[in-house]
Design a protein around this ligand. Structure first.
Ligand SMILES: [Zn+2]
Length: 302
């Protein structure tokens, strides 16, 4: 009898020790780690491979990423081929069956969000277009952030049923918090509804749609293709004809072309951060990211 009690105590002890462990979540971009932290709280340890100041299409693989992937319980990806240039070999070499594509520890959040620029014709990466399946920068929309958080909550609860109530409470708190923040952001941006902007890369269609901005053109001729003299010439003409006064650029591109276009059109160049951690300060989480981008944008649009 005593032996059975002792065994039960040991089992209970072992279970508790396991439950106290944090779920190891690896995300491809920092915004997904920020949202995983919102939902997962102190029951998860979420880190991202790409840093917010890097172009998420082109991330240089490092040995440290392999170590992170090897011990991960859950991998959350953007999908739509955003990570196709760097994630597959890392995933292969990590030899972690838990996070293989199709396993319970692999989650592609693109399946449950609003995707813009879906291709209608044949799907191809020809000519360098790095958005062949639709625009992968969909996280830059608070409504999609909620959709992403819901998916993360479902997956965390599946992997750690004992904490499902906790994740549900965190998700509900996040929904209230982002709803309040969104009301503020929409109110701040309301005077600029319909304003025309040019962006360097096509990173902002969801953001622009959410806040009623009109993206008139891009510094890149196609997503992933560097500026060319002929395209820049056309862009300058378009901006003059449509009176576009703001060029938004991501922090990881070369300022040269935007500055030259700005000089010839009287436009302002404003740096917007497409990801959490894009700047040293003011982009520490998803909320700060929007606060900073909206403040920068409003200054430029005034
Ligand atoms: Zn892109």
């Amino acid at each position: 009898m005593r032996r059975i009690v002792l065994m039960l105590l040991l089992i209970a002890g072992a279970t508790n020790a396991f439950a106290a462990d944090k779920l190891k979540v690896v995300t491809t971009i920092a915004d997904l780690a920020s949202l995983a932290n919102e939902v997962g709280g102190d029951r998860v340890d979420a880190i991202s491979i790409a840093k917010g100041y890097q172009d998420p299409h082109f991330v240089e693989p490092k040995p440290s990423f392999l170590l992170q992937l090897r011990s991960a319980d859950l991998l959350i990806v953007v999908g739509l081929e955003l990570e196709i240039g760097w994630l597959p070999p890392l995933l292969e070499q990590s030899r972690n069956d838990k996070i293989r594509q199709g396993a319970r520890g692999y989650h592609d959040v693109s399946q449950g969000v609003e995707i813009l620029d879906r291709p209608t014709g044949a799907v191809t990466r020809a000519m360098g277009d790095v958005h062949p399946l639709g625009n992968p920068h969909y996280w830059l929309d608070p409504a999609n952030a909620v959709r992403i958080a819901i998916q993360i909550e479902n997956r965390l609860a599946e992997l750690r049923p004992a904490d499902s109530k906790y994740f549900e409470q965190r998700l509900n708190a996040f929904k209230i918090k982002i709803n309040d923040a969104n009301k503020r952001w929409v109110a701040e941006m309301a005077p600029y509804r319909g304003a025309k902007i040019v962006t360097y890369h096509n990173s902002w269609p969801n953001f622009a749609k959410h806040f009623g901005l009109d993206v008139a053109g891009y510094v890149e001729p196609k997503p992933g293709v560097p500026p060319s003299p002929s395209h820049t010439f056309e862009l300058i003409n378009l901006m003059k004809a449509q009176h576009v006064k703001v060029i938004c650029m991501e922090p990881y591109f070369d300022l040269k072309t935007p500055q030259s276009v700005a000089a010839q059109t009287g436009a302002k160049v404003v740096v917007l951060y497409p990801s959490v951690g894009g700047a040293k300060t003011g982009t520490n989480d998803y909320f700060q990211l929007f606060d900073t981008n909206i403040a920068n944008l409003m200054k430029a649009l005034k």
